[in-house]
Design a protein around this ligand. Sequence first.
Ligand code: SAJ
Length: 432
Amino acid sequence: MLSEEKPSVCVLGLGYIGLPTAAVIARSGCSVLGVDVTDHVVDTINSGKIHIEEVDLDGLVQGVVARGTLRASLQVEPSDVFVIAVPTPFGDNNIPDTSYVMEAATNVAAALKVGDTLILESTSPVGTTEKMRDLIAKLRPDLKVPGLTNDIPDIAIAYCPERVLPGKILEELIQNDRSIGGITPRCARKAIGFYHRFVRGDLITTSARAAEMTKLVENSYRDVNIAFANELSIISDHMDLDVWEVIRLANRHPRVNILQPGPGVGGHCIAVDPWFIIHSAPEQSPLIRIARDVNDRKTGHVLERASLLIDELPGVSIACFGLAFKANIDDFRESPALKIAAKLARRYGGRVKIVEPYASELPAAFEGTGAQLIDIDQALETCQIMITLTDHDMFKSIPLDERAGKVVYDTRGIWPDQPDNRKAVSKLRLAG
Ligand code: SAJ
């Protein structure tokens, strides 16, 4: 490949990161082959459609497929650049499972030729890129691989994590700065040449190991800081203080910026990635481990407090506002909101109503509970207890006069003007 030529690119794994990445690279004019193990995913993309929800992704994929710059297949084909973006779940005992990465690397190995670049983007334990390099060296003894040869290597290998926010993926793929971790500095320079084609943020070179750790640190940093906010909320409940007011006031300090408490930490990144560090350095990471525990325990705390409130008012209908793991998205995976609402539905049956503008039907966790999906207006008309679990903008905009007289447990602090529950509880008791 001449440097001014557009490289052909193969992206392995067409999920939440791989598909938007493949589409953005295809938009830059490179010919992109997306590879996935699922027939349905390959067929959907080849018909110009998408199998995941992400803002503006449908139009982009439709366009690049129509133009012929993106196509999907079950098979890897020879390309100039290979990008691996497959999942790295954690299995039993929170041990990271890199088998999908190694399987993808095995498939790439057969297609590699002199001059190619192999990039790992999947969130991975420190050392995974080197392990992947060792696997390539074993499968392709004819190639000189970086770090294992004194000659100029035949291929480049790098670790370049993504750091995009679900709901803003297409924007952040272009704008965010990126760590570009080469097995050698030469590998990093090759990878930079590739990312320059579609990233506007700064591209900062480092080693593969430092880049792997950086990704894990970013999400652990957030988990630890959310844990601080969640612990403050539990302390404030115990001491009968308004945590939102305390945080608001403390954040007036020029060097204090406390995050927001909630019903726990959801999604597939922040609650998972800290375990990759804990697993690599268990003795050295007590703070990160305890933060995980605090955030998980917050979900149980919310469930118990909600139940205490509900038990005070037998027979009264309960509206749970939100199932998504965070605001303004339709992603319910690993959502503490969903866990709490489903447990309440199991405890209180048909008294529980769910308000989730991003759902067209209730997820399987509610099967057989008698809970119903209703809209905001129905909730305001029929439910006296309101529990906020997700901070969707649509919920925030419900004015105080429509919430007057309701018993509210606001786990996200979206209604700071809501009065204390005491009056509403005694009124409902009298009425009951
Ligand atoms: N949350 C709180 N309080 C807060 C902020 C968040 O309870 O003050 C909760 C949210 O409600 C949600 C969870 O934390 O349940 C995670 O939400 P998030 O918006 O903080 O992050 P994710 O999981 O959507 O995306 C994160 C991002 N990482 C960082 O912000 C450091 C994103 O940039 C990463 O690319 C992504 O993880 C990933 O793929 O690793």
